[in-house]
Design a protein around this ligand. Sequence first.
Ligand code: GLY
Length: 571
Amino acid sequence: MRKLSCLFILFTWLFLPAYSQSKNKTTLTSIDAYHYQVKKESVYTKAAVACAHPLASEVGAYVMQKGGNAFDAAIATQLALAVVYPGAGNIGGGGFLIARKKDGKLLGLDYREQAPAKASRDMYLDGAGNAQTQLSQNGRLAAGVPGTVAGLFATLPYAKLSFTQLIQPAIQLAENGFVITEKEATNLNKSQEAFIQYNSVIPVFVKSVPWKAGDTLVQKELANTLKRIQANGAKGFYEGETADLIVAEMKKANGIITKEDLAAYTVKKRIPLEFDYRGYHIAGFPPPSSGGIILWQVMKMIESYPMSSYGFQSTQATQLMVEAERRAYADRAKHMGDPDFFKVPVDSLVSKYYIAQRMHTFTPGKATPSSNIPKSSFPESEETTHISIYDKEGNMVSITTTLNGSYGSKTVVGGAGFLLNNEMDDFSIKPGVPNMYGAVGGEANAIAPGKRMLSSMCPVLVTKNNKPYLVAGTPGGTTIPTSVFQTLVNMIDFTMTPADAVNKPKFHHQWLPDEVYIEKGFPETTKQEMIKMGYHFTDRAAIGRTEVICTQGNRISVAADIRGDDSVAGF
Ligand code: GLY
């Protein structure tokens, strides 16, 4: 049976249906969805992709091999991830794309989800004014209006192949299935109860016996949705049958997304934030992500210190970075939100004067209590995913995309086969009151119809002497900017290889709770010395899943994080 399916996949990918060949004759891929391997690092000379799943990386590399560029790969890889990595890959979520085109011009696409028209500031409060996080995190009411499909079509003008071609691998993967990894099996098993609870029709993710590595996941309904998008473009998602199915799903319980919300969704072009750090030029994503501002702040806060002489994860270097993180995160809730609804004082937050003033209270050898730093917020969940891409023409593309929590709201649109996000929980569901993560939010990120919820996603691009150097990013909720921060510092200050920079243990401080979170392997001596300075440490699970592409001349070094099934591909 498996052999037959394999042959079928090979056949269909080599001999695409006639409609898929209209714009360009390139046929797509004989990638074997039943036998594939995770590849953690490699060096290529022309093009590379790193993302959360080997099949999606291979799809991205393949479209570039067949004449596509990094934007083609961005579209095909995201679509493939929506199939093979359902925990965070998506068409029911949203994301941010930052790119540097081969002519050196930057592009920022904001396809973040947004609050439906019927959303309101207090929609998650009960009669007594208590926040009901189960509603902002699970089921239909947790979903924002999805942006991903609009984002893919906003990327298309920069690509070379037809959308019909770029979506075909995802259709094949959904229709004919692929074997799942052990990590995917574990994650699916953990969510079985939730899938049953938040769906009226039991989705394909539910199985009567536990999932295990090597099981095949077939998603026929998702394949049909992808075919509607293939045939009708963005309208195949935001209008017609798919929109009908989304609205019908909303009506099954407490959902509020309407056909008007879907039809009205648009991608917004954002101007990337740009700053220099020790001779490197860094471009990050502006609000509604907090990622770019936080990264700018923390890097500038440490730039005047001799990091390389301090040494990697030395007490001095770690204390300084923790204090920078504490201060940047404290700014987040008060000042950051959707810039179309709230004036975010970006220039002030990253001004030399403000950064210097923020670090004025930094005392080497002594912890600054978070109670001495003004307030902040960081409600994001960690299940997001990142794609780094570089092509032979010099295009750099960095995308972070999310459903928010693992498998988003856990609600699959009945008949359409895709998971809806639970991104509404990234708003401050009750401004000023701690949420389930112990964080407090602010007015800047309060819910309003049509508003986009604050994010921490931080896709970045780095150039040196005006030439491509690094494409990077990671999932990880509030740990995203600190993971990117540490990856960049590891490479720039501590001259690590991309793989080391990504895989070394990380630490994280986010102002509140006043804790330094550390991964396994963080140096014990540094920890003990910092405890004496007044820091509290908490062990935690993996921080981030970072994907890095580093280009130097013809050498493209690419590294995928060891913390997941993340994998590289290229040629
Ligand atoms: N949902 C995670 C983020 O946007 O930061």
